[in-house]
Ligand binder design. Structure first.
Ligand code: HEM
Length: 152
């Protein structure tokens, strides 16, 4: 079950990156061309948010109950959380960065409901999605990273 969840969590990175990239492009285009908000764009932002929330839920499960889980395994003897690259990454940097990015994606999607002009909605959503994308790219355990790198 744990291995399956880790696999899903890993695969979802591609879905999120794709949807987020599309959201960034759509919102930028909508902003620069002063478009009216299209229902297709609002739906894309919703899917982006839902996929981020699913990944967040699985991530929380892995963080607390996974093979290196805070509650299931705990910190090995003699390891200091902030001095150990592996645990600092998977217990602090990755979760904090991803929770922040998910919050930004949620706020960006919420822009749809704001009582403001549509081009302004696109502008706000663009900056929020872009920031979320940068954070996610920065805290994914990409292959090749020392100690924390994972395969594609
Ligand atoms: C957009 C959100 C996220 C993305 C794209 C993402 C991506 C990834 C990837 C690619 C891995 C490596 C998977 C593998 O080894 O095959 C991973 C592992 C992990 N992620 Fe995330 N993650 C996200 C959110 C989160 C959140 C919010 C948490 C915790 C609150 C979290 C906790 C973990 C943990 C604990 C692992 C290591 C699990 C293990 O090796 O047993 N992730 N994540």
């Amino acid at each position: 079950m744990q291995a399956v969840l880790l696999e899903i969590h890993s695969i979802f990175r591609w879905l999120i990156l794709l949807l987020l990239l599309l959201s960034v492009i759509q919102s930028f285009t909508g902003w620069r061309k002063s478009k009216e908000l299209r229902s297709g764009d609002a739906r894309l932002w919703l899917f982006t948010m839902v996929s981020a929330h699913i990944t967040l839920l699985i991530g929380l499960y892995l963080l607390f109950f996974g093979r290196y889980g805070v509650l299931s395994a705990g910190l090995p003897e003699g390891v200091h959380l902030m001095k150990d690259k592996f645990y600092r990454f998977f217990w602090v940097e990755h979760p904090v960065g991803m929770v922040l990015a998910t919050a930004l994606i949620t706020i960006a999607r919420g822009v749809v409901k704001k009582q403001i002009r549509d081009p302004l909605k696109y502008k706000r959503a663009f900056w929020l999605f872009l920031l979320a994308l940068v954070i996610i790219l920065a805290v994914i355990p990409w292959p090749g990273l020392t100690v924390v790198g994972r395969p594609f």
